[in-house]
Design a protein around this ligand. Structure first.
Ligand SMILES: [Ca+2]
Length: 89
């Protein structure tokens, strides 16, 4: 028997967590395992943001817990959450 799971509002669209992580991995151009503002800018413009630099800056402000100006591997989960939150609003 098939059970239909209730889908929360905004879910079931094309962008999911896996896809966001893929985009973030590709965006790490110098493979430094951390994302700079300009790398984030490319990420958000790929996701269709109108104003990528501002959006990238917001991402950094929200997820950069140690304030070094980069998204470190330990901050990546927060960044993914932030992006998903924003994307589905
Ligand atoms: Ca950081």
């Amino acid at each position: 028997m098939q059970v239909k799971m209730p889908v929360a509002a905004g879910q079931g669209l094309t962008m999911d967590e896996k896809r966001v992580r893929e985009i973030l991995e590709i965006a790490d151009e110098n493979k430094g395992k951390k994302l700079s503002l300009s790398e984030l800018e490319k990420v958000v413009s790929k996701m269709g943001s109108w104003w990528p630099l501002f959006r990238a800056w917001r991402c950094l402000r929200n997820a950069d817990a140690n304030h070094d100006g980069y998204i470190n591997p330990s901050e990546l989960d927060d960044l993914v959450r932030y992006i998903l939150n924003w994307y589905y609003r």
